[in-house]
Design a binder for this molecule. Structure first.
Ligand SMILES: Cc1cc2nc3c(=O)[nH]c(=O)nc-3n(C[C@H](O)[C@H](O)[C@H](O)COP(=O)(O)O)c2cc1C
Length: 369
């Protein structure tokens, strides 16, 4: 090897996997040789690829023979006291079934304990620098596209954060009024849908006749300049709230790499029966039977009683027969009076842009974080 090649800088490379169980809990490991927790994986040996390292380490550490799936994140880390700068890859490791989870074989010399924890609880136990790499990887699993980070900061991709000036310009653009908040929502939703398979999930808050609030998650699949559509059992708790007090609020939170929140508030009206029918037609038959049987939010004596009623209803509609829509299943339209677009910024000095409906159009204001 000539001298110039021999003096090339050396970087360390690692490969790790996110392994989640059927309850969506992340596998973390407590090593015997250092404090704290980590995810399965480790440094690549000479001539070994990050993907091969992830496979070998997972097999050694917990006895799972896994070929890694999609690449979820790559992070460059600057040198630390005892190790040079390096590039760290996290892959999707797929599902750990209950049978696999109970038969993990921990590498006695290196791993003291393994735990499956809800992702946020798991991240709270990881060292901060590792949690900063794992959180965006969790957000884009199982298929990516991968997130690229440098020293814990996302660079490039949907959560684009470039050089400080580019980062400022990017955030400025994100909260620059679009004139029409629905166009603003469309742009943010497209970014969310690219990285979050659950982008449609949104919290819906309602209040009862006494003004007492309650909230729950729903899916919003359709919206237009008329408003946002929610489909549900109109005799449920939220349905009764809306009969007594026809106002509500939606709140989306799209986690890292986007770290954005959208709030929408307004009057809520029943959608026409034709919309409810179109929604009903578009749902798979199995879901419909459940909706016929279940009187959402009502108490039931036992799960068995409910399953019994479900099989009676299923027998009424054999094969491909679809049950008719019960009158209580329908849609609501939230007609926005106010939108707020919120995006994380450093030092908790987050950005907030409000749109409030005026007679003609929308007035915007910047709000303090
Ligand atoms: C991600 C997610 C999406 C949901 N989507 C809906 C939905 O679109 N419609 C619905 O009626 N319930 C949906 N649910 C169930 C509701 O959260 C809730 O349990 C149900 O609507 C009863 O709420 P209520 O008793 O306050 O009326 C969803 C739950 C989750 C976690």
């Amino acid at each position: 090897m000539n001298d110039s090649l021999a003096s090339l800088p050396r970087k360390v490379v690692s490969g790790a996997m996110l392994l989640l169980d059927e309850a969506g809990r992340l596998l973390i490991l407590k090593p015997t040789y250092k404090d704290g927790w980590e995810i399965p994986g480790g440094l690549a040996e000479a001539g070994e690829s990050p993907w091969q390292a992830a496979h070998r380490e997972v097999l050694e550490e917990v006895g799972l023979d896994r070929e890694a799936g999609a690449l979820l994140s790559v992070e460059w880390r600057p040198p630390m006291e005892n190790v040079g700068d390096g590039v760290h890859f996290i892959f999707d490791g797929g599902l750990v079934t209950a049978a696999h989870a109970t038969s993990l074989r921990l590498q006695a010399s290196e791993i003291a304990e393994a735990r499956f924890l809800p992702p946020e609880e798991a991240c709270a136990l990881l060292p901060d620098r590792l949690a900063a790499r794992v959180r965006p990887a969790l957000a884009v699993r199982p298929h990516g596209p991968p997130v690229y980070l440098e020293a814990g900061h996302i660079r490039g991709g949907p959560g684009y954060v470039g050089a400080p000036e580019a980062e400022r310009a990017h955030l400025d653009a994100l909260v620059t009024p679009h004139g029409d908040p629905f166009a603003h929502f469309d742009a943010w939703y497209a970014a969310a849908a690219a990285v979050d398979p659950q982008a449609q999930a949104v919290n819906l808050a309602t209040a009862d006749a006494r003004g007492r609030p309650s909230s729950r998650m729903v899916l919003v699949r359709n919206w237009s300049p008329a408003g946002f559509e929610v489909y549900t059992d109109t005799e449920s708790r939220k349905g009764l709230d809306l009969t007594a007090n026809p106002f509500g609020a939606l709140c989306w939170h799209w986690k890292a790499p986007l770290q954005r929140q959208v709030r929408v508030e307004g009057r809520i009206e029943r959608l026409p029966e034709t919309s409810a029918d179109a929604y009903w037609q578009a749902r798979p038959r199995a879901q419909l039977i459940g909706r016929v049987t279940s009187h959402q939010s009502q108490p039931v004596g036992s799960r068995e009683a409910l399953l019994g009623a479900l099989s009676v209803d299923a027998a009424l509609y054999p094969g491909p027969d679809r049950p008719p829509r019960p009158a209580r299943w329908g849609g609501y339209l939230l007609i926005p009076e106010r939108f707020e677009f919120w995006v994380h910024d450093d030092d908790r000095f987050h950005r907030r842009l409000e749109y409030a409906r005026t007679g003609e159009g929308w007035a915007t204001r910047v709000l303090q974080p």
